[in-house]
Design a protein around this ligand. Structure first.
Ligand code: AHR
Length: 484
């Protein structure tokens, strides 16, 4: 059975928003300490920022980085991480039961972001703190001078404001594990009031309200509706978090995880639009998928069951080829929803369920999931196109029969570059027939592929006959033939 894919430049979804290719740096495990920051490492600069990791981050092509948490943010005092290092307190972080030295904080992160060439996305603590600390943080980051917080930043040696555009109003506030978790009404009110105050400091910032921690939460959808009923006018985005555990369901369902993500995104769009209708508003809320990845979550030890440690090695999952194909497919799902989903952050960037791993004092390396991310971020340019696709089906425990082949395309009108991102998530090889009638001049120039059976990235010789091996991810790069 053959899969048939037809592309037409008229079948557009939306422009590719570069913020889709974001990532996440949390003070968790070894993401910061011995991850991006390790004074004394042979590749580190005078500020302790690891050069080998920065090189890989640039190669990964991430655009936006969410910081400093995650669960960590809900008991964090941002003031602890600024000013002279010698004066910074050592605290017990309640999220991960780790000792936080505060050697790395806001200004170090901003310097690291500019070296990495990424846009910072800051989260404020709405767990143990509230409106005042959030507004003062915006003031510290975004005002030039003449107020207590902006002058404090200048005193800390940072004359220019950081000008942070994107702000998360807390993290997973529905989760019972969250320090200071709230009901939907409590959180919705707080998010609206904190957002209001933060916008009084800088009216140009964009705000993300917490959606449910995941779509399996018992309050999923009702949470989104209630929160948005309180905060619709103050916020621009609602967040989505989702992790796929290879060991939680049957293997076919794991390979088809993007089916779940498609449904999750559609349900959050519907819920946000329901509130829009109810409140009779014109504005549409956008989506921020600001935690997503493959995570072997069933192997996770709860913080209560661990001793307090300095820098514990937490959830350093090793990824295989199937995990990389799933990550590639999740990126396809994200692009397919580019009309409403415009911010993404893979969780996390280094060591903690991450595409990049490091050894303290040693090397840094790419995991399998690095490759589909790096190439999608590099190649997805211009406008997202929705292909017409027929595919053989595969059977899954969770979703029933689903297409084994999934695809999306992007078309860069300026350069003419057309890229087709494809997966075969089934266990049978599938020949693909590509119908390019609307792109008669285009030829395949490059065929990048990675599969469960061959988990390293391969740059194949381009061929007209395309065979998609079992459990494989592909990027087909096409450009128009030079006109004679
Ligand atoms: O990314 C790891 C953790 O997963 C984050 O801290 C939290 O927000 C989520 O539950």
């Amino acid at each position: 059975v053959v899969a048939q894919l037809t592309l037409d430049p008229a079948f557009t979804v939306a422009p590719v928003d570069r913020r889709l290719f974001g990532s996440f740096v949390e003070h968790m495990g070894r993401c910061v300490y011995t991850g991006i920051f390790e004074p004394g490492h042979p590749s580190a600069d005078a500020d302790g920022l690891r050069g080998d990791v920065l090189d890989l981050v640039r190669e990964l092509g991430v655009t936006t980085i969410r910081y400093p948490g995650g669960n960590f943010v809900s008991n964090y005092r941002w003031e602890d991480g600024v000013g002279p290092r010698g004066d910074r307190p050592r605290r017990l972080d309640l999220a991960w039961r780790a000792l936080e030295s505060n050697a790395f904080g806001l200004n170090e992160f901003m310097r690291w972001s500019s070296l990495a060439g990424v846009e910072p996305m800051m989260a404020v603590n709405l767990g143990t703190r509230g409106i005042e600390a959030a507004a003062e943080l915006v003031e510290y980051c975004n005002l030039t001078e003449g107020t207590a917080a902006s002058d404090l930043r200048r005193k800390h040696g940072v004359a220019q404001p950081h000008d942070v555009r994107l702000w998360c109003l807390g993290n997973e506030m529905d989760g019972p594990w969250q320090i200071g978790s709230l009901t939907a009404d409590e959180y919705g009110r707080l998010a609206a009031r904190a957002g209001h105050a933060m916008r009084r400091v800088d009216p140009t910032i964009e705000l993300v309200a917490c959606g449910s921690s995941n779509s399996d939460m018992p309050t999923f959808a009702a949470w989104e509706a209630t929160v948005l009923e309180h905060a619709y006018d103050q916020v621009d985005y609602i967040s989505l978090h989702t992790y796929y555990d290879p060991e939680k369901h049957d293997e076919a369902s794991f390979r088809a995880s993007a089916v779940d993500l498609d449904g999750f995104i559609d349900n959050v769009v519907s819920t946000a639009d329901y509130v829009r209708a109810k409140l009779r508003r014109q504005k549409r809320i956008k989506l921020s998928l600001d935690e997503w990845n493959v995570w072997y979550q069933s192997r996770f030890t709860e913080p209560e069951d661990r001793a307090i440690e300095d820098v514990p090695a937490l959830i350093e999952d090793d990824y295989n080829g199937t995990d990389a194909v799933v990550v590639g497919n999740l990126l396809i799902s994200m692009l397919r929803h580019a009309d409403r989903l415009t911010v993404g952050a893979q969780a996390q960037l280094v060591n903690v369920i991450a595409p990049i791993r490091t050894r303290a004092g040693g090397e840094a390396w790419r995991q399998t999931i690095f490759h589909p991310f790096a190439h999608t971020a590099r190649l997805a340019r211009g406008t997202v196109l929705r292909p017409a696709l027929t595919s053989p089906d595969m059977t899954t425990g969770r979703f029933g029969e689903v297409p084994s082949v999934d695809a999306v395309a992007t078309h860069d009108e300026e350069s003419g570059a057309l890229t087709v991102f494809l997966v075969n998530r089934g266990t049978e090889p599938v020949p693909l027939s590509l119908d390019l009638r609307a792109f008669p001049q285009h030829r395949i120039r490059e065929h990048l592929t990675l599969s469960a059976g061959r988990p390293e990235l391969v740059n194949q010789a381009p061929q007209e006959e395309i065979l998609l091996p079992p459990v494989s991810w592909h990027a087909l790069c096409l450009t128009p033939e030079e006109s004679k």
